[in-house]
Design a protein. Structure first.
Length: 388
């Protein structure tokens, strides 16, 4: 049913319809409304027999999720920013143990200095933790990705991070088709764990592994992520058939066929990018947009297929690898080592990424006047004064 609802509330309702059995969370903006809404549903008995566990930290939240999942429960949590960083040790444990936990990350900048607004620094910092990472362009996709995330996680026995831009999406009220309970039940089968810790059948998981086997363990984790590159588009196709709309998958090309210039980006900035590109195309520019939904595992083949014919590629980044530059750019460059690729860092700490700024940047890109690394709307007078 379509309703006007905030993104965080839509995600909470959708997660509830996935029938989680354990929800644990520590509040941190801008994800708090998600777990707050879920806690009310648990308290009212609407999610029985789900248990909501109040914890003292984000590290504890992930630790509870690990314990719940290891004992056969469908587990969910949510976090953002410093909270995600506080979970880091446990994140590697969750993926290393092959536990299908689903977590919402309401993307937010990380400090210092303190900043509560949106960019992708938090999730990008955990890109090698072994979690699948899916990025939502819109609130509709954010809701839809959670339904798919539980199925992907449980089919592969891997944890999945659904990333949605903090405040830009979590707090935006718009029309969203929240999946019904009947739809979700038809799409998402009951959880059948591959491994269960049971006192009546004792076993050990996550025991110490020495040098003689550790490489093989990591290789198998890599192989499972490569398998995800096949599972994710299949689940997206199944979702489209069941729900009559397309969401998820690996990448989403927009006007890329035959385009001389293609902009690659993730998350909610894609909407503004598409509007800007529409205007430029109407003026005769040959330009398209490639949205990356699945960032981990990185869909190199799918990216290569779309970008192969482009003369120039612009990667719009919402995070910065200090001292290096682009993060997504490195993966794109690895997919097309022969291509001309420039990096544009934009919207750090919630700075608005406007059509006017994007239009000016893309005009420079088409004219081949962009530097290999550009900071959109950088206040040059400020940084030059500080550097001097």
């Amino acid at each position: 049913m379509r309703s006007q609802i905030a993104g965080s509330r839509a995600v909470a309702q959708t997660v509830a319809r996935c029938r989680p059995e354990v929800i644990c969370a520590y509040p941190i903006s801008p994800q708090t409304h998600i777990v707050e809404a879920l806690s009310v549903l648990v308290a009212n008995g609407e999610l029985a027999p789900c248990e909501f566990v109040n914890v003292e930290s984000e590290f504890a939240a992930m630790s509870v999720a690990i314990g719940a999942s290891a004992t056969g429960a469908r587990a969910y949590t949510a976090t953002a920013s410093q909270g995600l960083l506080y979970m880091t040790e446990a994140l590697f444990n969750a993926s290393g143990l092959g536990l299908p936990i689903v977590m919402t990350v309401a993307n937010r900048a990380i400090g210092a200095p303190i900043n509560i607004w949106n960019d992708h620094s938090d999730a990008m910092s955990q890109r090698d933790s072994g979690w699948i990472q899916l990025y939502a362009e819109s609130n509709q996709e954010a809701a839809d990705l959670h339904v798919q995330a539980f199925r992907i996680a449980e089919e592969l026995s891997l944890p999945v991070m659904v990333c949605m831009d903090g405040f830009v999406l979590t707090h935006a009220v718009e029309g969203i088709d929240v999946p019904s309970q009947e739809q979700v039940d038809a799409f998402l089968p009951p959880y059948q764990p591959r491994q269960v810790l049971d006192p009546d059948n004792p076993m050990t998981i996550g025991a110490m592994v020495g040098p003689d086997a550790f490489t093989e363990v990591r290789y198998l984790a890599h192989a499972r992520h490569l398998e995800a590159l096949k599972v994710i588009p299949r689940v997206a196709d199944d979702f489209a058939r069941e729900f009559w709309r397309s969401s998820g998958g690996l990448v989403t090309p927009y006007g890329c066929l035959g385009a001389e210039t293609v902009v690659v980006a993730l998350g909610s900035v894609l909407g503004t990018l598409k509007d800007t590109v529409d205007e430029l195309r109407a003026e005769g520019e040959s330009i398209g947009v490639l949205g990356v939904t699945t960032f981990r595992p990185f869909p190199s083949e799918a990216v290569r297929d779309v970008l192969r014919g482009a003369r120039r590629i612009v990667v719009l980044e919402r995070a910065l690898a200090v001292g290096v530059g682009g993060i997504v750019s490195a993966d794109v460059r690895g997919s097309l080592p022969e291509a001309t690729i420039v990096t544009v860092v934009a919207g750090l700490g919630g700075r608005p990424v406007t059509k006017a700024s994007l239009r000016a940047m893309l005009t420079e890109a088409v004219a081949d006047r962009l530097e290999p690394l550009t900071f959109l709307d950088l206040k040059h007078d400020v940084v030059e004064h500080e550097l001097s």
